[in-house]
Write a protein that binds this ligand. Structure first.
Ligand SMILES: [Fe+2]
Length: 185
């Protein structure tokens, strides 16, 4: 699915000499941090059936309009929020980077993930890969345009995934996805 996007990033200025080493190492450091959250998610969520049963009646059926999101936990210190996403067949997210880190795990069904490379010259993203995510698979996505992706359900059955976002509940709607334009090849 192609996203409708608005400009959001200015060219990155040159890093002052004394901060160059610090700045250039931040991507790897933040990526490592997001992976650590995903490892924790993989190890700590043991009773997914009970979690899914906590949803409102009928929620697991999803919506015919678009994939649905349910806030199931909000950190009281506003550091992260946990969402369950219900994907009917054919429903996809827009292509996006993240304003905040994310870790996700497929709880039911199968999701398709597409990966994109950001081109700052023309300010668009081009697909460079794709992968199938099965129930139990857990991944992390650091914040920023170096990690652009889209998730969706290309199968014939409903899929459910759990997402942890490094954003407080009040900013879930606008503080997660960083929508980008894509080049359709
Ligand atoms: Fe995402």
């Amino acid at each position: 699915m192609q996203a409708t996007a608005t400009p959001f990033v200015t060219p990155v200025p040159a890093v002052p000499g004394p901060l160059a080493l610090l700045a250039t190492g931040m991507d790897a450091t933040l990526s490592h941090s997001a992976r650590t959250v995903a490892e924790h998610l993989a190890a700590s969520l043991t009773d997914t059936d009970a979690l899914l049963a906590s949803l409102p009646p009928g929620a697991l059926a999803g919506s015919p309009d678009r994939y649905t999101r349910h806030l199931v936990y909000a950190d009281p210190y506003e550091r992260f929020s946990v969402m369950l996403l219900i994907w009917r067949p054919g429903q996809h997210s827009p292509v996006h980077g993240h304003r905040a880190w994310c870790a996700y795990r497929v709880l039911r069904g199968t999701l398709a993930e597409r990966h994109y490379r950001w081109n700052p010259e023309n300010r668009t993203a081009t697909q460079v890969g794709a992968a199938t995510r099965e129930a139990g698979d857990t991944f992390s996505v650091p914040a920023g345009l170096q990690h652009i992706h889209a998730l969706g359900n290309d199968s014939h059955d409903i899929a459910v995934s759990l997402h942890i976002y490094g954003v407080d509940r009040d900013n879930i709607a606008t503080g997660v996805n960083l929508l980008v334009d894509t080049i359709v090849s």
